[in-house]
Design a binder for this molecule. Structure first.
Ligand code: VGL
Ligand code: ZN
Length: 202
């Protein structure tokens, strides 16, 4: 068992629209579920912070094809596609950050998100929240390896967190077949440590 003191878990964009059947499905994105849930359970037992980032796009978001962007409409505010993958059990005291909520700004990194409290988007950034809570190490899982996991990991490293990416807790979109391999290479090059998380039935 890892020593989780001074660690936080960051679950990136594990939302319906990034899972099979969703608007921007990551192939086999749902297969990370046992690893993600086991990490949530372990961090909860250890009394450590559990952070969820989510895309929270307006209907006319700049990243959508309808507005000249690269992606089909996805994770539209208060749509089913925005909701968490349904099997996820979200702890009561989990901490939530939304990103990409302005019409004309996209954000892949959770570090560009803002804390949501009582359903309202605040000014608090993920970096300031983690530092205020004396977090030194972040464990990162979620979707997608080649976009939001990559960007979140690089920002965590630039903010000088020890950054552990759980290799069996991520999946990529792979618009080009080797995009995830390239993203992993980029993350390792900046100092990310890749760890396979042992899960029974995983
Ligand atoms: C993502 C593409 C567009 C992601 C979000 O979560 O990786 N990818 N928006
Ligand atoms: Zn998006």
């Amino acid at each position: 068992m890892e020593d989780l003191s001074q660690s936080a878990l960051i679950v990136v964009d594990f939302q319906n629209d990034f899972c099979p059947g969703g608007a921007l499905a990551v192939p086999e994105g749902d297969l990370i579920y046992p690893v993600v849930q086991d990490l949530i359970d372990r961090f909860e037992e250890a009394g450590r912070p559990i952070i969820f980032t989510r895309d929270f796009h307006p209907q006319n978001h700049i990243s959508f094809v309808s507005q000249g962007g690269p992606w089909p409409a996805h994770c539209v505010q208060n749509s089913l596609g925005f909701e968490f993958y349904p099997r996820l059990r979200i702890p009561q005291n989990a901490v939530h950050f939304y990103k990409g909520y302005l019409d004309n700004v996209d954000a892949y990194s959770g570090f560009e998100g803002r804390l949501v409290e009582a359903g309202r988007i605040t000014e608090t950034t993920l970096e300031s929240w983690l530092k205020a809570h004396n977090v030194k190490t972040v464990f990162i899982v979620g979707l997608a390896t080649d976009y939001c996991v990559r960007a979140t990991t690089l920002d965590a490293l630039h903010a000088e967190f020890q950054t552990i990416v759980v290799s069996n807790g991520i999946k990529g979109v792979n618009v080009q077949p080797d995009d995830s391999d390239k993203a992993i290479h980029d993350m390792q090059g900046e100092g990310a440590v890749f760890l396979e998380w042992p899960v029974k039935n995983g």
